[in-house]
Design a binder for this molecule. Structure first.
Ligand code: GUN
Ligand code: ZN
Length: 437
């Protein structure tokens, strides 16, 4: 509905700066008793309640969340919706895990009814976790993409998704061909990219499952339109990296396989990027592509430790977002991703400040995707995708919150102890799409 106004009152937390570049506490903007005025799906005004109240149009409904934080919705930069039913599959590392669990699960998405059912459940779960935008892998079946965008459009969520391209080293029923994959992707892209809030991503699964010809054609699709996304996996697992070296002996590195095909550019999202070197990170910086840090997945599959603070080096910063990577990840909650990201940083000799952590999950993720002019912060003109965080969602968290004497400490307790229970409500383009029971 147009010309709708709504206002949310509570403790507002958002960002004015990049906390990896400036002092993290200074980068965080905190409004103790704030008011966010929303009109036609966008934020019209945000400030201290007392200062902002006079600007509230007469008759506007004010929803008060007295003990909660109002944040931009979370951004998940790498996730597979079809893998939702196989979350927590026991006992394998990446390549065996794909063969044993993933491919059989994805085979079912030839059935549109199944695809719609899982897409609907997936989006419901995302919103329950406060995530309002995600970059989503579908399967090789065009109908899996059709189902996902149809369900997302129904909710008006800003989503990026694409058909998996996979023409070799996969079961026959999950393979396309270089030309068939190109044609199907082009048709989906023409139908869905820029339709409402939906955006298309050219999606080669990873180098081992695409022929050189398929990667070249993926590059040709991208060359048609700068605003289209690209998503794939990069250097997640040591056996995978060795396999890529065998399959593409002429390339300097795994990243170079993608760069050679024209895939490494702004709006390209490379999942994992654990086993990369300094020249690769320099290429990422120069190209404007993004890396998706997937903490719960990397720990679950034993893939290794992403060097977040190397990637964020202010001398040549790389865009980084946070990915849950369901079904290899173990939670759709970005609070749980941050919990594990903190521990991974500890293990690599770094301290992830809560302001840096929440920035990665919101403004940093939006910036990684070149969407920071639309989402990721609470400021006039931004699209009103918001989540309401309850720092006292459980008796233990309520106890811990009592001893928090700063907003940083409160955010830290949320990211270490929080999950879907911490999400009091979620708003998409100014409309409430989830409310905790
Ligand atoms: N590499 C190629 N495909 C996949 C996938 O589905 N999940 C993960 N985690 N890594 C991959
Ligand atoms: Zn993945």
């Amino acid at each position: 509905r147009m010309h709708d106004t709504l206002a949310l009152r509570g403790r507002v937390v958002t960002f004015r700066d990049n906390p990896f570049v400036t002092d993290p506490v200074a980068a965080l903007h905190h409004e103790e008793d704030g008011l966010v005025i929303i009109r036609d799906g966008r934020i019209e005004r945000m400030g201290a309640y007392a200062d902002t109240l006079p600007h509230l149009p007469a008759g506007t409904q004010v929803v008060h969340y007295p003990d909660c934080l109002i944040s931009a919705g979370f951004v998940d930069t790498h996730v597979h919706y079809p893998q939702l039913p196989m979350i927590a599959a026991y006992g394998e590392q990446l390549l065996e895990w794909l063969e044993r669990y993933t491919f059989p699960t994805e085979s079912r998405f030839c059935d549109p009814a199944h695809a719609h059912d899982i897409a609907r459940r997936f989006l419901t779960e995302l919103l329950r976790c406060g995530t309002t935008t995600a970059a989503v892998f579908c399967t090789v079946h065009p109908q899996s993409v059709e189902a996902f965008f149809t369900e997302s459009e129904r909710l008006n969520t800003l989503m990026i998704a694409g058909k998996v391209l996979m023409d070799r080293n996969a079961p026959p029923d999950l393979r396309d061909t270089a030309q068939g994959g190109y044609d199907d992707s082009l048709a989906l892209m023409e139908h869905w990219h820029g339709r409402g809030r939906q955006m298309y991503a050219v999606t080669p699964r990873f180098a081992p499952t695409s022929s050189e010809e398929q990667l070249e054609l993926a590059g040709a699709l991208l060359a048609r339109d700068d605003s289209v996304f690209m998503q794939t996996h990069l250097a997640e697992n040591v056996d995978e990296v060795a396999w890529v070296r065998q399959l593409f002996p002429a390339r300097r590195s795994y990243l170079d396989v993608y760069a050679h095909a024209g895939l490494v550019r702004p709006r390209a999202i490379l999942g994992h990027a654990i086993h990369v070197d300094e020249p690769d990170l320099a290429t990422c910086h120069d190209s404007g592509c993004a890396l998706a840090h997937c903490p719960t997945s990397n720990l679950f599959l034993g893939s290794g430790s992403f060097r977040l603070f190397d990637a964020m080096d202010p001398r040549r910063p790389v865009r980084v977002g946070l990915g849950t990577d369901i079904g290899a990840g173990t939670s759709l909650s970005q609070l749980q991703s941050l919990n594990e990201a903190y521990k991974i940083a500890q293990g690599t000799g770094h301290r992830l400040h809560p302001a840096q952590a929440f920035w990665l999950a919101t403004a940093g993720g939006a910036r990684a995707l070149h969407l920071d002019h639309r989402i990721g912060t609470i400021a006039p003109g931004m699209e009103a995708d918001l989540c309401i965080l309850d720092p006292a969602a459980t008796p233990l968290q309520a106890l811990r919150a009592q001893s928090c004497d700063s907003i940083s400490d409160l955010l830290f307790s949320l990211m270490m102890l929080g999950d879907d229970r911490s999400i009091r409500a979620t708003y998409v383009a100014g409309r409430k799409v989830h409310e905790r029971a």
